[in-house]
Design a protein around this ligand. Structure first.
Ligand code: NAD
Length: 348
């Protein structure tokens, strides 16, 4: 065994019902006195509640998915007098805080309310027109993550499932991504196991706190694995689709994952075995199928605004982004077939 693994410098605090207390402690420990709270309008009430004890200088609720550059510019202007950022929300909100940190260097304390996992990565993203640009910069990695599963009980079941499958995609893709290593593979396997345990509990009872905790814990593991391993084929496909066709992030990941797993698994036996073991099934694809059936996973891209006519251009746009080390070679025809199946929700 021979590898180099970087651990990211980040503090992870986890406690259900403890977000307000943890935030006060962490903001005091970084010495911030003028906090900018970023939370979308829908999460503003929740953010007000957990930030009441903080020295808040600005509250900002202008949040849009995939962080359009003009939205980032407005947030940057609003942040001029702040000395720290607290983001409360899903990946879109964390993403906006990262866009501010990218140009200002302000420290972020992230309070995630979905399972997207952006809080555990140094990856930023901005969208200009139909083009999504991403980059990696240590300055955007939140200094602290505050995980409180009670903040996720309001996330509707459908979104919880899609977001949980987004986390699952981080786990699966990290097993064959460019910097895959045994440490992030261990995170990924535990993430898959925990999602398998937690997601059906949320579907059965959305307020089930142990289920929410399992999935939130998995969201962290999955994102840490992804941050370390980098983007594999799955993320490259979703990145192009999300940016160019403005598809909803979590649902796109949820739909694409089984097709990528079915495509790569025969050429990646070790990854296949690890995923299967984590699911407790003989074949990885069966474990994923069972979980998807149990939770009513999103099935087809056509349900989320992707048009069949866009398949050829999308395949051409994805091809140059395919990681050279993907377990098997990928042709434009492979991508067309994969997108066609994912568009219709056909067999994988
Ligand atoms: P999102 O942040 O857009 O949230 C989806 C919806 O859920 C929104 O309407 C939001 O208001 C609502 N919501 C959030 N928390 C809620 C709660 N607790 N209760 C009720 N409603 C709630 O979606 P997302 O999937 O979390 O994030 C997607 C974005 O994150 C994309 O732009 C994606 O590119 C980015 N992302 C980045 C990384 C990274 O490493 N940089 C990783 C994952 C996702």
């Amino acid at each position: 065994m021979r590898f180099v693994h970087d651990n990211l410098p980040q503090r992870v605090c986890f406690g259900s019902g403890e977000a307000a207390t943890m935030l006060e402690r962490e903001i005091a420990s970084i010495g911030a006195t003028r906090v900018m709270v970023i939370a979308a309008k829908a999460e503003a009430g929740l953010a007000d509640r957990i930030t009441a004890g903080l020295p808040v200088a600005v509250r900002h609720d202008d949040v849009v998915m995939h962080v359009p550059v003009e939205v980032a510019d407005r947030a940057r202007i609003a942040s001029v007098n702040a000395d720290a950022l607290v983001s409360v929300g899903g990946g879109s909100t964390t993403g906006l805080a990262k866009a501010v940190a990218l140009t200002s260097g302000l420290p972020i304390v992230a309070v995630p309310t979905t399972y997207a996992g952006s809080e555990a990565t140094p990856v930023w993203g901005l969208t200009e027109g139909a083009r999504k640009t991403t980059g990696i910069d240590p300055v955007v990695l939140p200094k602290v993550i505050v995980y409180d599963a009670t903040l996720t009980t309001s996330l509707p079941v459908e979104m919880s499932v899609a977001s949980g499958l987004n986390a699952l995609a981080h786990c699966v893709d990290s097993l064959w991504a460019p910097k895959a290593d045994p440490v992030n593979a261990a995170f990924a396997a535990e993430g898959i196991r925990s999602l398998r345990a937690g997601l059906p509990r949320i579907v059965a009872e959305p307020g089930d706190l142990p289920g929410r905790e399992q999935v939130l814990y998995a969201a962290y593991l999955s994102a840490a694995a992804f941050a370390s391993a980098g983007s594999g084929l799955h993320h490259k496909i979703c990145h192009v689709l999300g940016g160019a066709y403005n598809l909803p992030h979590a649902q796109t990941h949820a739909v694409i994952l089984p097709y990528v797993l079915a495509f790569n698994a025969p050429a990646a036996p070790d990854a296949e075995q690890r995923i299967a073991t984590a699911f407790g099934t003989v074949r990885a694809i069966d474990g994923l199928r069972e979980l998807r059936d149990a939770v009513g996973a999103p099935r087809a891209l056509r349900d989320y605004g992707f048009s069949e006519a866009d398949i050829p251009a999308a395949a051409e746009a994805i091809l140059p982004a395919v990681p050279p080390g993907n377990p098997r070679p990928v042709t434009v025809e492979d991508l067309r077939r994969l997108l066609q199946a994912a568009w219709s929700g056909g067999p994988f």
